[in-house]
Design a protein around this ligand. Sequence first.
Ligand code: BG6
Length: 368
Amino acid sequence: EKGGFDWFMRKEIFEQPRAIADALLGRHDEAGQLQLDEVRISDDELRDIDKIIIIGCGTAHYAGLVAKYAIEHWTRIPCEVELAHEFRYRDPILTRNTLVVAISQSGETADTLMAIRHAVKQRARVLAICNTNGSTIPRESDAVIYTHAGPEIGVASTKGFLTQLIACYLLGLYLAQVRGTKFGDEIAGVVRELAQMPANVQTILDDAESVYALAQRFQGTRSVLFLGRHAGYPVALEGALKLKELAYIHAEGFAAGELKHGPIALIEEGLPVFCVVPPRGRDQLHDKMISAIQEVRARGALTIVLAEASDTEVAAYADVLIGLPTVPTLLQPVVATVPLQLFACELATLIGHDVDQPRNLAKSVTVE
Ligand code: BG6
């Protein structure tokens, strides 16, 4: 049943190329035009949307954080991201032209369900991004994009998360197409990049052994930090969450720009710091991230740098370099998350924890 793997989680990590391919299947034509049949909200209604609020819990919330960068960039619709339980109890401003996007692997998380019920009552439109066919959240939503990852058994989400990212990108591109905020060839260009993702993720999986060696090296570690900027920031949060959930060690993700405003005080000799470096582009993100790495390294941190494999500039600041395929900045979370999943899974295994059933956690939490 685990297909030769020790854990469902590890099996599910290795299923991600196929899961991503399935999430993309049938959702665009040869020319890169998007087709999302399950979005039962008319094009006219989608053109009237003036605000998007993305809600979810845990890993699903982090998928929403990534989605905000992409959706705002492609559609220019203001987009907020919020934890479902915070959204529900703060009297959010919702109108008929608000699109609430509820992300949930299980489709049964009570916090997210109560939040969409509140949104429906306020007459907002609700779109679910969900992995479980016929579950409660999509049933109570106006529209659904299923992630098609297949059953996810491991409590810590892996293929669920990556396919949530894919669904969010598809939604953003679809909105851009309907509203005409991006030219067809630009959309088709991103679709082509998405189509490369199964192969890109596979190249990282092919090199899993080097991440496992890293886990071996950090077995006695009591604390690990993760830094990222822009779309790499949610990746840092997700990397930290996976370590907390599976290895029960203190881990925190920070936006790299926030370091100097507090967290840098935590840096001490030998502290492992994972740094997610955006691709080298025309913008300044890459350079800013390099400065952050220099700052923590100057204070004794051991830097584990995730960057484009071809990024020679960053290599000088990396104690350990994990090479990533070259992809657009907005899509980088799809590849950058995978080594962090492998690291957490392997470290927890070495420590001797039950990776599929971490203590105190449940796969879907059906109480508020
Ligand atoms: C938590 C799970 O309880 O619920 C997390 O342990 C998950 O792994 C979160 O990310 C949200 O679950 P769902 O099913 O709504 O995506």
